[in-house]
Design a protein around this ligand. Structure first.
Ligand SMILES: NC(=O)c1ccc[n+]([C@@H]2O[C@H](COP(=O)([O-])OP(=O)(O)OC[C@H]3O[C@@H](n4cnc5c(N)ncnc54)[C@H](OP(=O)(O)O)[C@@H]3O)[C@@H](O)[C@H]2O)c1
Length: 216
Protein backbone atom coordinates (compact mmCIF):
# COMPACT_ATOMS: atom_id res chain seq x y z
CA UNK A 1 0.00 0.00 0.00
CA UNK A 2 1.23 3.53 -0.69
CA UNK A 3 0.51 6.65 1.32
CA UNK A 4 -3.04 6.94 -0.06
CA UNK A 5 -3.69 3.32 0.87
CA UNK A 6 -3.62 2.19 -2.77
CA UNK A 7 -1.96 -1.01 -3.82
CA UNK A 8 1.37 -0.57 -5.58
CA UNK A 9 2.94 -3.33 -7.63
CA UNK A 10 5.93 -5.07 -6.01
CA UNK A 11 8.70 -6.13 -8.37
CA UNK A 12 11.66 -8.24 -7.24
CA UNK A 13 14.69 -8.17 -9.52
CA UNK A 14 17.50 -10.72 -9.23
CA UNK A 15 20.44 -9.48 -11.27
CA UNK A 16 21.37 -5.80 -11.27
CA UNK A 17 23.40 -5.64 -14.47
CA UNK A 18 22.51 -4.01 -17.76
CA UNK A 19 19.03 -5.53 -18.12
CA UNK A 20 18.14 -5.85 -14.42
CA UNK A 21 19.10 -2.28 -13.56
CA UNK A 22 17.36 -0.92 -16.68
CA UNK A 23 14.13 -2.67 -15.72
CA UNK A 24 14.55 -1.45 -12.14
CA UNK A 25 14.80 2.11 -13.45
CA UNK A 26 11.67 1.72 -15.60
CA UNK A 27 9.58 0.18 -12.82
CA UNK A 28 10.72 2.67 -10.16
CA UNK A 29 10.00 5.53 -12.59
CA UNK A 30 6.32 4.55 -12.75
CA UNK A 31 6.11 4.19 -8.98
CA UNK A 32 6.25 0.42 -8.64
CA UNK A 33 8.04 -0.86 -5.52
CA UNK A 34 11.31 -2.45 -6.57
CA UNK A 35 13.63 -4.74 -4.58
CA UNK A 36 16.90 -5.21 -6.46
CA UNK A 37 19.54 -7.89 -5.81
CA UNK A 38 22.88 -9.02 -7.20
CA UNK A 39 25.20 -11.83 -6.12
CA UNK A 40 27.60 -9.74 -4.03
CA UNK A 41 25.06 -8.33 -1.58
CA UNK A 42 22.93 -5.19 -1.04
CA UNK A 43 25.86 -3.02 0.16
CA UNK A 44 27.38 -3.19 -3.33
CA UNK A 45 24.15 -1.77 -4.81
CA UNK A 46 23.96 1.39 -2.66
CA UNK A 47 25.25 3.76 -5.36
CA UNK A 48 23.05 2.26 -8.09
CA UNK A 49 19.92 2.38 -5.95
CA UNK A 50 20.65 6.00 -4.95
CA UNK A 51 21.16 6.90 -8.60
CA UNK A 52 17.86 5.26 -9.66
CA UNK A 53 15.95 6.84 -6.78
CA UNK A 54 12.25 6.50 -5.98
CA UNK A 55 10.61 3.40 -4.50
CA UNK A 56 13.61 1.06 -4.75
CA UNK A 57 15.72 -0.80 -2.19
CA UNK A 58 18.73 -3.08 -2.36
CA UNK A 59 18.18 -6.57 -0.93
CA UNK A 60 19.50 -10.12 -1.13
CA UNK A 61 18.36 -12.44 -3.94
CA UNK A 62 16.30 -14.39 -1.42
CA UNK A 63 14.57 -11.19 -0.27
CA UNK A 64 13.91 -10.05 -3.85
CA UNK A 65 12.34 -13.44 -4.57
CA UNK A 66 10.04 -13.13 -1.54
CA UNK A 67 9.22 -9.45 -2.11
CA UNK A 68 7.99 -9.52 -5.69
CA UNK A 69 4.49 -10.26 -6.87
CA UNK A 70 6.48 -10.76 -10.04
CA UNK A 71 10.21 -11.46 -9.93
CA UNK A 72 12.63 -10.70 -12.76
CA UNK A 73 15.56 -13.10 -13.12
CA UNK A 74 18.31 -11.41 -15.12
CA UNK A 75 21.60 -13.19 -14.49
CA UNK A 76 24.03 -15.10 -16.70
CA UNK A 77 22.27 -18.39 -17.54
CA UNK A 78 25.27 -20.38 -16.32
CA UNK A 79 24.53 -19.30 -12.74
CA UNK A 80 20.85 -20.24 -12.59
CA UNK A 81 21.45 -23.02 -10.07
CA UNK A 82 22.38 -20.32 -7.54
CA UNK A 83 18.83 -18.92 -7.63
CA UNK A 84 16.67 -19.26 -4.53
CA UNK A 85 14.01 -21.89 -5.16
CA UNK A 86 11.50 -22.06 -2.30
CA UNK A 87 10.39 -18.37 -2.53
CA UNK A 88 10.08 -18.59 -6.32
CA UNK A 89 7.95 -21.74 -6.41
CA UNK A 90 4.65 -21.00 -8.18
CA UNK A 91 5.51 -17.30 -8.51
CA UNK A 92 5.37 -15.32 -11.75
CA UNK A 93 9.02 -15.07 -12.78
CA UNK A 94 10.16 -13.04 -15.77
CA UNK A 95 13.19 -14.75 -17.27
CA UNK A 96 15.42 -12.46 -19.35
CA UNK A 97 18.29 -14.94 -19.51
CA UNK A 98 19.99 -16.20 -22.65
CA UNK A 99 22.39 -19.09 -23.09
CA UNK A 100 25.80 -18.08 -24.37
CA UNK A 101 28.13 -21.10 -24.08
CA UNK A 102 31.27 -18.95 -24.34
CA UNK A 103 30.13 -17.09 -21.21
CA UNK A 104 28.06 -19.74 -19.45
CA UNK A 105 30.00 -22.92 -20.21
CA UNK A 106 28.56 -25.67 -22.41
CA UNK A 107 25.23 -27.21 -21.48
CA UNK A 108 24.89 -30.38 -23.60
CA UNK A 109 21.09 -30.36 -23.37
CA UNK A 110 20.95 -26.85 -24.79
CA UNK A 111 23.67 -27.51 -27.36
CA UNK A 112 21.57 -30.46 -28.58
CA UNK A 113 18.35 -28.39 -28.42
CA UNK A 114 16.77 -31.07 -26.19
CA UNK A 115 15.29 -28.28 -24.07
CA UNK A 116 15.64 -24.53 -23.55
CA UNK A 117 17.32 -22.32 -20.98
CA UNK A 118 13.93 -21.09 -19.73
CA UNK A 119 12.56 -24.60 -19.27
CA UNK A 120 15.65 -25.50 -17.24
CA UNK A 121 15.23 -22.43 -15.03
CA UNK A 122 11.54 -23.24 -14.62
CA UNK A 123 12.33 -26.84 -13.64
CA UNK A 124 14.97 -25.69 -11.14
CA UNK A 125 12.83 -23.04 -9.43
CA UNK A 126 9.32 -24.42 -9.86
CA UNK A 127 8.34 -20.89 -10.87
CA UNK A 128 5.55 -19.91 -13.23
CA UNK A 129 8.01 -18.71 -15.82
CA UNK A 130 7.45 -16.14 -18.54
CA UNK A 131 10.37 -15.53 -20.88
CA UNK A 132 10.55 -11.84 -21.82
CA UNK A 133 13.01 -8.98 -22.32
CA UNK A 134 15.60 -11.52 -23.50
CA UNK A 135 15.49 -10.42 -27.14
CA UNK A 136 16.06 -6.68 -26.77
CA UNK A 137 19.49 -5.07 -26.48
CA UNK A 138 19.74 -3.32 -23.12
CA UNK A 139 20.37 0.16 -24.57
CA UNK A 140 17.20 -0.14 -26.64
CA UNK A 141 15.31 -1.22 -23.54
CA UNK A 142 16.75 1.82 -21.76
CA UNK A 143 16.04 4.37 -24.49
CA UNK A 144 13.00 3.27 -26.47
CA UNK A 145 10.12 3.20 -24.02
CA UNK A 146 7.14 5.11 -25.44
CA UNK A 147 3.86 6.21 -23.86
CA UNK A 148 0.67 4.26 -24.40
CA UNK A 149 -0.83 5.04 -27.80
CA UNK A 150 2.48 6.07 -29.41
CA UNK A 151 2.74 4.68 -32.92
CA UNK A 152 6.45 3.82 -32.67
CA UNK A 153 6.32 1.42 -29.73
CA UNK A 154 8.79 -1.46 -29.84
CA UNK A 155 7.52 -5.01 -29.29
CA UNK A 156 8.76 -7.41 -26.62
CA UNK A 157 8.12 -11.09 -27.45
CA UNK A 158 7.15 -13.26 -24.49
CA UNK A 159 6.42 -16.94 -23.98
CA UNK A 160 5.16 -19.14 -21.17
CA UNK A 161 2.83 -21.99 -20.32
CA UNK A 162 0.37 -20.09 -18.15
CA UNK A 163 -1.99 -17.63 -19.84
CA UNK A 164 -2.68 -15.67 -16.66
CA UNK A 165 1.01 -15.21 -15.93
CA UNK A 166 1.62 -14.12 -19.52
CA UNK A 167 -1.23 -11.60 -19.30
CA UNK A 168 0.25 -10.19 -16.09
CA UNK A 169 3.70 -9.84 -17.65
CA UNK A 170 2.24 -8.35 -20.84
CA UNK A 171 0.62 -5.72 -18.61
CA UNK A 172 3.98 -4.92 -16.98
CA UNK A 173 5.60 -4.64 -20.41
CA UNK A 174 2.93 -2.17 -21.51
CA UNK A 175 3.21 -0.25 -18.24
CA UNK A 176 6.87 0.56 -18.91
CA UNK A 177 6.35 1.64 -22.50
CA UNK A 178 6.57 -1.37 -24.81
CA UNK A 179 4.13 -3.67 -26.62
CA UNK A 180 3.93 -7.37 -25.74
CA UNK A 181 3.63 -10.09 -28.39
CA UNK A 182 2.83 -13.66 -27.34
CA UNK A 183 5.15 -16.19 -29.00
CA UNK A 184 3.45 -19.25 -27.46
CA UNK A 185 4.49 -21.83 -24.90
CA UNK A 186 7.83 -21.75 -23.12
CA UNK A 187 9.49 -24.45 -25.23
CA UNK A 188 8.20 -23.93 -28.74
CA UNK A 189 7.44 -20.23 -28.32
CA UNK A 190 10.62 -19.50 -26.37
CA UNK A 191 12.74 -20.98 -29.14
CA UNK A 192 11.20 -18.39 -31.47
CA UNK A 193 12.78 -15.51 -29.53
CA UNK A 194 15.99 -16.99 -28.20
CA UNK A 195 19.46 -16.11 -29.62
CA UNK A 196 19.66 -16.96 -33.31
CA UNK A 197 15.92 -16.59 -33.88
CA UNK A 198 14.45 -14.18 -36.41
CA UNK A 199 13.25 -11.65 -33.85
CA UNK A 200 16.32 -11.75 -31.60
CA UNK A 201 17.96 -8.37 -31.02
CA UNK A 202 15.81 -6.67 -33.61
CA UNK A 203 13.66 -3.65 -32.93
CA UNK A 204 10.27 -3.99 -34.51
CA UNK A 205 6.64 -3.10 -34.06
CA UNK A 206 4.20 -5.65 -32.68
CA UNK A 207 2.79 -6.26 -36.18
CA UNK A 208 6.26 -6.99 -37.62
CA UNK A 209 7.24 -9.12 -34.63
CA UNK A 210 4.00 -11.06 -34.74
CA UNK A 211 4.40 -11.74 -38.47
CA UNK A 212 7.92 -13.14 -37.93
CA UNK A 213 6.95 -15.19 -34.88
CA UNK A 214 3.93 -16.79 -36.46
CA UNK A 215 5.21 -17.44 -39.95
CA UNK A 216 4.69 -21.12 -40.85
N1 LIG B 1 22.93 -7.15 -22.15
C1 LIG B 1 21.89 -7.26 -22.98
O1 LIG B 1 21.67 -6.41 -23.89
C2 LIG B 1 20.93 -8.41 -22.80
C3 LIG B 1 19.74 -8.37 -23.53
C4 LIG B 1 18.78 -9.36 -23.32
C5 LIG B 1 19.02 -10.41 -22.44
N2 LIG B 1 20.22 -10.47 -21.78
C6 LIG B 1 20.42 -11.63 -20.87
O2 LIG B 1 19.93 -11.22 -19.58
C7 LIG B 1 20.79 -11.72 -18.55
C8 LIG B 1 21.44 -10.54 -17.83
O3 LIG B 1 22.23 -9.84 -18.78
P1 LIG B 1 23.02 -8.49 -18.40
O4 LIG B 1 23.67 -8.04 -19.65
O5 LIG B 1 22.14 -7.60 -17.63
O6 LIG B 1 24.14 -9.11 -17.42
P2 LIG B 1 25.25 -8.34 -16.59
O7 LIG B 1 25.28 -6.89 -16.96
O8 LIG B 1 26.50 -9.15 -16.71
O9 LIG B 1 24.70 -8.46 -15.07
C9 LIG B 1 24.50 -9.70 -14.48
C10 LIG B 1 23.93 -9.47 -13.10
O10 LIG B 1 23.58 -10.74 -12.55
C11 LIG B 1 24.00 -10.75 -11.20
N3 LIG B 1 24.14 -12.13 -10.75
C12 LIG B 1 24.93 -13.12 -11.22
N4 LIG B 1 24.72 -14.24 -10.54
C13 LIG B 1 23.78 -13.97 -9.62
C14 LIG B 1 23.16 -14.71 -8.59
N5 LIG B 1 23.45 -16.01 -8.41
N6 LIG B 1 22.25 -14.12 -7.79
C15 LIG B 1 21.94 -12.79 -7.96
N7 LIG B 1 22.50 -12.02 -8.93
C16 LIG B 1 23.41 -12.62 -9.73
C17 LIG B 1 25.30 -9.99 -11.20
O11 LIG B 1 25.63 -9.58 -9.90
P3 LIG B 1 27.17 -9.51 -9.42
O12 LIG B 1 27.82 -8.49 -10.29
O13 LIG B 1 27.05 -9.12 -7.97
O14 LIG B 1 27.73 -10.91 -9.62
C18 LIG B 1 24.91 -8.82 -12.11
O15 LIG B 1 24.24 -7.83 -11.37
C19 LIG B 1 21.81 -12.63 -19.25
O16 LIG B 1 21.35 -13.95 -19.22
C20 LIG B 1 21.85 -12.07 -20.68
O17 LIG B 1 22.27 -13.03 -21.62
C21 LIG B 1 21.17 -9.48 -21.92
Amino acid sequence: MDEEGEHTVRIGIIGAGRIGSTLARHFAAIGYDVALANSRGPDTLADLVADIGGPIRAVTAEEAARFGEAVVVSIPYGRYQELPTEPLRGKVVIDTCNYYPERDGHDPELDGDATTSSEKIQAHTGANLVKAFNAIYWENLRDHARPQGATDRVAIPLSGNDEEAKAAVAGLIRDIGFDAVDAGHLGEGGRKHQPGSRVYATEMSSAETSALLHVA
